[in-house]
Design a protein. Structure first.
Length: 108
């Protein structure tokens, strides 16, 4: 199987799905990107990215319970698959290897 390459926004969304656990759904992911990264994000862009990550097999979704706040609609909750976790580990290792090349940013 060919290695999956992710764009920067896909990477951010995948990381947040892993970090949020059972609370990972579109609106909260968008809020986290805006609050933690101080970056404006369109909810539609988050949803399209979630669908793309699901198509790649890196996340899966299921429906949560209906709530009054959502007018009886159910949230689509996302979780990271084992392939998604492997991708996250690989990306983290690659990033750390590259960051270690920058002498001005070495921690030791």
């Amino acid at each position: 199987m060919a290695k999956e390459y992710l764009g920067e926004f896909e990477e951010l969304v995948l990381i947040l799905v892993a970090a949020l656990g059972d609370d990972a759904y579109g609106a909260i992911i968008a809020e986290e990107i805006e609050s933690r990264l101080k970056r404006d994000v369109n909810l539609s862009a988050v949803h399209v990215t979630l669908y793309r990550l699901e198509d790649k097999g890196l996340i899966k979704s299921s429906f949560g319970g209906a709530t009054k706040e959502r007018g009886g609609r159910r949230k689509r909750i996302y979780t990271v698959t084992s392939a998604g976790m492997a991708t996250l580990r690989s990306m983290q290792e690659s990033r750390m290897t590259l960051w270690d090349l920058v002498p001005q940013l070495k921690l030791s």
